[in-house]
Design a protein around this ligand. Sequence first.
Ligand SMILES: Cc1cc2nc3c(=O)[nH]c(=O)nc-3n(C[C@H](O)[C@H](O)[C@H](O)COP(=O)(O)OP(=O)(O)OC[C@H]3O[C@@H](n4cnc5c(N)ncnc54)[C@H](O)[C@@H]3O)c2cc1C
Length: 393
Amino acid sequence: MSTAAAPMSDPFDLLDVDSLLSDEERDIRRTVRDFLAEHARPHIADWFERAVFPRELVGELGRLGVLGMHLSGYGCAGTSAVSYGLACLELEAVDSGLRSFVSVQGSLSMYSIRRYGSEEQKQQWLPKLAAGEAIGCFALTEPDHGSDPANMSTRAVRDGGDWILNGAKMWITNGGIADVATVWASTEEGIRGFLVPRGTPGFTTHDIERKLSMRASVTSELSFADVRLPDSARLPEARSLGAPLGCLNEARFGILFGALGAGRDSLQSALAYADSRVQFDRPIAGFQLTQGKFAGMAVSLNTGMLLALHLGRLKEAGRIRPEQISVGKLNNVRAALDVARECRTILGANGVSLEYPPLRHANNLESVLTYEGTEEIHTLVVGQALTGQSAFR
Ligand SMILES: Cc1cc2nc3c(=O)[nH]c(=O)nc-3n(C[C@H](O)[C@H](O)[C@H](O)COP(=O)(O)OP(=O)(O)OC[C@H]3O[C@@H](n4cnc5c(N)ncnc54)[C@H](O)[C@@H]3O)c2cc1C
């Protein structure tokens, strides 16, 4: 008697989370997925191998409406938080580098201007950034200060009505291609943010090469040598470290959806492979050990999706707390990374080839695990919420 049955059509939606989405959210997801299937998916392994960011996609992403899509006004689409999360998920199902571009552009560069900028700064930059006519970056990390940005060395000093900026930033996504950098610096008055346009005298960038992760994304070092800025370059509403941390919370929200996309794509490719790969006279999908892997991965991704959706609804209700975002980033990035690695094992030797996506996703997710707050830092955030004690120092 045959025990073969038609496989489930969508192993990523075992729990029917789709039924909890609105028609509009499903439409946005479909539009982003279709766009990427045509313009990005066929080329992504090549971009990754050659370490190329597809700059030609930026204008198209602007026309698609995903740049700063969860912000309102100034040419932004003003969608729900969940729609933004779903777009991040579709982008990261192709590559974390593409999702990183959209996260940095919308949640770090544009959000910093939308939330903390002057009216003039918003008018000058947001419509162009939303349309993909300009690129932004967000510079917080330094060579000697990553998890502990409060101790940053980059310094801005008042000089008459101007500021003089000195220092260096490291590991900055989009840095070398950005038209405007949101740069965080310590001042006598505390930590402040400045908008530094490309070409400002004394401001130089240097792209980081030989990355084993995020190869389809530009990551750069930024240097500031006596960069003179008018006071109008300062973000007037940013008055402490809370400002950049507020931006990071926005980006982390996109990540906790996005990472699941890398997991989904890995799972789909491993399922297809296991269905066609025959060993010991049967498809490897029929072995119990392989099915145990698939079941574990599907449970992990499906529960991760429920968590993401719940956090999305909390965000839409204006009730989400930073430690809840930490729970989501911790859980979903770890889940996606475990899934990508497990899928690699199912592909056997083929799993180490760029012809298949799991190891590319796993390599990318190593960065996702570290940036926007490392796994350890988010663990401490949750620990502090549970105990009331800070264990950061
Ligand atoms: C591809 C990529 C893109 C990036 N893009 C950007 C960007 O656009 N803008 C930006 O500003 N930054 C960016 N970053 C930087 C990223 O945010 C930092 O790498 C991250 O904050 C960690 O800092 P670090 O690398 O200096 O590690 P460190 O802070 O030196 O940490 C090293 C290790 O020590 C652990 N550790 C540190 N403090 C503690 C503690 N108190 N308790 C326990 N463990 C601790 C960390 O968890 C980690 O495991 C990017 C990084 C990568 C890899």
